[in-house]
Design a protein around this ligand. Structure first.
Ligand SMILES: Nc1nc2c(ncn2[C@@H]2O[C@H](COP(=O)(O)OP(=O)(O)OP(=O)(O)O)[C@@H](O)[C@H]2O)c(=O)[nH]1
Ligand SMILES: [Mg+2]
Length: 328
């Protein structure tokens, strides 16, 4: 097997195979993954990340394909990450994606990667974020992430995007209700796809109305656009809006503050992960731990005091209690 440093230099030199292997390495948390990310990190931060999220079958892949073509016209290179967290056996869905993305997949300025939860050790959002970093370091100008907008995992994934497209389609029934459930806030651009279907105008109007009522709205007013992805209709307007939002973020403080927030969360997550790894190892090698468990079950010890005791050295080292006291 190739070592991380070689893979990194080959991927940076433009090898698609090395790039794909690096992603697999990071996705599966294989040995060398962290070293690879460490090496790549200084080269990241250049790519612009667009999240494309919406209900199953709303046309995300078709839109991704069409947006990619617009970006290619402008000579931008594109990385695509299609996340499919819903099904553990993604054969069908991914095959569908591949078919829909056939001609862009043979374009060497485009790299397409599908990701599924299957076999994933860490969180899906972490794997996606790391994949974005690899594509970014390897020079992709734009990175598009397609994800089904359903659960927390997807919301987390989309939060790594600079611009998020929220896709909805007419005729699903309670579209607006579905959007209200916490996901509305993450949309920078609202897309009513399948506008060839009945009810598109009404849905767009309802979305506009809801967005207008949003009290927490900032200086960016999320536009509502209608598209027919299959026909390529509305795609150039949509691309323009993406560029407009990018300009808005870059000119204001938006991009920096988004990225600051993201870095803060990432650092905290990594620290938590490291500490938790140590604790698991420590307990694994602690021959008295089984005894402690028995005592807890027999109610001779309580689990709270034990947890406190185990973490005491850490708290002491960082003088946590003292700081707590000083603040109160
Ligand atoms: N009528 C119509 N059909 C569309 C439009 N956009 C996409 N479709 C069709 O809708 C179906 C689903 O499109 P996809 O692009 O695979 O949708 P998706 O959101 O990526 O689907 P999943 O990844 O499976 O959640 C396909 O049969 C598309 O051809 C549109 O604007 N109008
Ligand atoms: Mg899809």
């Amino acid at each position: 097997m190739m070592n991380a440093a070689d893979l990194v230099s080959e991927a940076l030199a433009g090898s698609v195979r090395a790039l794909a292997k690096l992603i697999t390495m990071v996705e599966n948390e294989m040995p060398g993954a962290v070293e690879a990310l460490q090496q790549l990190y200084p080269r990241t931060g250049q790519a612009y990340v667009v999240g494309i999220t919406g209900p199953p079958g709303s046309g995300k892949s078709t839109l991704t394909d069409k947006i990619t073509k617009e970006l290619r016209k402008k000579k931008f290179t594109v990385g695509i990450v299609a996340v499919d967290p819903t099904s553990p056996f993604t054969g069908g869905a991914l095959l569908g994606d591949r078919l829909r993305m056939q001609d862009i997949a043979s374009d060497e300025g485009v790299f397409v990667r599908s990701m599924a939860t299957r076999g994933m050790l860490g969180g899906l959002s972490k794997a996606t974020a790391d994949t974005i970093k690899i594509l970014d370091a390897c020079g992709k100008d734009f990175i598009l992430i397609e994800t089904v907008g359903v659960g927390q995992d997807e919301v987390d994934i989309v939060r790594t995007a600079d611009t998020t497209l929220l896709i909805s389609v007419p005729g699903l029934g309670d579209e607006i209700q579905a959007l209200k459930a916490g996901i509305m806030e993450i949309g920078d651009i609202f897309v009513v796809n399948k506008a060839d279907r009945e009810g598109a105008d009404r849905l767009a109007m309802e979305l506009n109305l809801m967005l207008g009522l949003n009290q927490a709205a900032g200086p960016w007013k999320p536009p509502v656009l209608k598209t027919i992805a299959t026909m390529g209709e509305g795609i150039s307007d949509l691309s323009e809006k993406i560029f407009e939002h990018r300009k808005f973020l870059k000119e204001g403080n938006g991009l920096l503050s988004k990225r600051n927030l993201r870095a803060r969360e990432e650092i905290i997550n990594l620290i938590e992960e490291e500490i938790s790894k140590y604790i698991h190892k420590m307990l694994k090698y602690d021959i008295t731990f089984d005894e402690v468990i028995e005592q807890v079950v027999a109610r001779k010890k309580d689990p709270y005091s034990y947890a406190r005791k185990v973490t005491e050295p850490f708290a002491k080292y960082y003088q946590i209690y003292k700081m707590d006291k000083a603040r109160s």
